[in-house]
Write a protein that binds this ligand. Structure first.
Ligand SMILES: *Cc1c(COP(=O)(O)O)cnc(C)c1O
Length: 429
């Protein structure tokens, strides 16, 4: 039954001679799940096709951005239209205003926004802004949340609670992460203790309000509200990293569902419609600290690029239709309840955490509320599941720590197929 992967294997061998690990981003390499990554030649609606012309239902959606599925017609037309006039001018352009307005009108906590080229740039700049604005240095983050690959984020907790971090990558100086403190997600007590210990020194707390990078973990109410209260009390800024959740879980971001307003929001992925983009925004008063209005420096040769803006505009306009999220909610629930039902029927260990169009699968029976709850067994089981699905033309993210993303192009028949494959898998388990 194994699907043919000849062309991808050949291309991957060539790629490994040309690029480190054969890829331009590590998780694409399939290192976590084993096997060879599929080289994709085209996408269409809910499907991707590889170089051997295998067809897959795609649950990665380019790691989040493609909420309307592959090759969306209006996004494509919008890009074509702008290409007629040139690709970059290094000057202000009309489309930046349009996309900025769309974002400000939909995310309540954003009054002004700055465009950058990736999520990494957005989070990195947001922390610089928070430090510049508060004139403090320390930053609290949470284990398992991903905020891109800037030095300040590549760290984990030192030994003992609320001590300073250690780098998780060679090349990151200890001095850089001396100002980062990593705590457990969903543990407000740890955060409170840390604020009490370093009361006047914490510039910001950065968090994925609903995580997608240790798969999907929802915040406890007391946790997310507690972060808001503590940041306000100690004059620190709360940064919601909504690079993944922004426009994916609702038109107003995860903050809309959680009813908590951050001081700064970072965006990326969906707002670029599949082109490279990032953004950060917040209240006027805070954003006025950014150059050239204020003293905190941040720039970008291709920032606000007309092609990316154009794709983003076409994307966000389509997301104004409430039916988009209604449909996504519906098929998300359809998938998660189906998975749960089958796993219970066959006594297969599985917990499904879903949040409108993001689905987290944990192959375990134990509650998952923080990074440390994701066991080795959980990961190994997921890898088996991933491989089985791949052989049956279903493309799940090649890592147990990644969320599944659904698109509007997915209908109940696609989900029914996934559930039938899942049932075969657990029957043989
Ligand atoms: C993807 C992601 C980033 C990094 O964005 P890039 O565009 O890959 O640099 C940052 N934060 C979160 C929450 C993300 O999901």
């Amino acid at each position: 039954m194994k699907i043919q992967n000849t062309q991808s294997k050949k291309l991957f061998n060539d790629a490994k001679k040309l690029m480190p690990g054969g890829v331009n981003s590590p998780v694409r390499s399939f290192k976590a799940v084993g096997g060879t990554p599929h080289f994709i030649s085209r996408g269409d609606g809910p499907y991707i096709f590889d170089e051997d012309n295998n067809k897959f239902i795609d649950f990665t959606c380019s790691w989040g951005p493609l909420i309307l599925g592959h090759n969306n017609k209006l996004v494509k037309n919008s890009i074509k239209e702008v290409l007629e006039f040139g690709t970059s001018f290094g000057t202000p352009t009309r489309r930046e205003n349009i996309l900025a307005k769309l974002i400000i009108d939909s995310i309540k906590s954003i009054e002004k926004v700055r465009f950058v080229n990736s999520g990494t740039e957005a989070t990195m700049s947001a922390v610089r802004l928070a430090r510049g604005y508060t004139k403090k240095d320390l930053v609290i983050k949470f284990e398992g949340c991903y905020h891109g690959h800037a030095d300040i984020f590549l760290s984990n907790a030192g030994s003992g609670l609320a001590t300073f971090d250690q780098p998780t990558s060679p090349g990151v100086p200890q001095a850089v992460v001396d100002s980062t403190i990593t705590l457990d997600f969903n543990d407000i007590k740890q955060v409170r203790n840390t604020f009490e210990k370093y009361s006047n020194k914490i510039a910001a707390v950065i968090v994925e309000p609903v995580t997608g990078n240790m798969s999907v973990i929802k915040p406890k109410k007391e946790f997310i509200q507690g972060l808001r209260e503590l940041c306000t009390k100690y004059n620190s800024l709360l940064i919601f990293d909504e690079v993944m959740t922004g426009y994916r879980v609702s038109h107003g971001g995860a903050q809309y569902h959680l009813n908590v307003e951050p001081d700064i929001t970072t965006l990326g992925k969906v707002i670029g419609g599949g082109l490279p983009v990032g953004a950060y925004g917040g209240k006027n008063e805070i954003m006025s600290y950014i150059s050239p209005e204020g003293p905190v420096y941040q720039a970008g040769t291709l920032s606000g690029n007309p092609v990316s803006m154009s794709a983003g505009i076409a994307m966000l306009k389509q997301l104004e239709n409430k039916k988009v999220y209604e449909h996504l909610n519906h098929i998300t629930n359809y998938l998660s309840s189906g998975l749960i039902e089958i796993s219970q029927k066959y006594n297969y260990p599985m917990i499904v955490n879903s949040f409108c169009s993001m689905v987290g699968i944990f192959c375990t029976n134990k509650k998952v509320e923080k990074y440390k709850d994701i066991s080795k067994e959980c990961v190994n089981n997921y890898n088996d599941l991933h491989n089985y699905f791949l052989e049956n033309n279903i493309y799940f993210p090649p890592s147990a720590y990644e969320a599944l993303f659904l698109s509007t192009e997915m209908k109940t028949n696609h989900i029914d197929y996934v559930l039938s494959v899942f049932e075969k898998f657990v029957k043989n388990y």
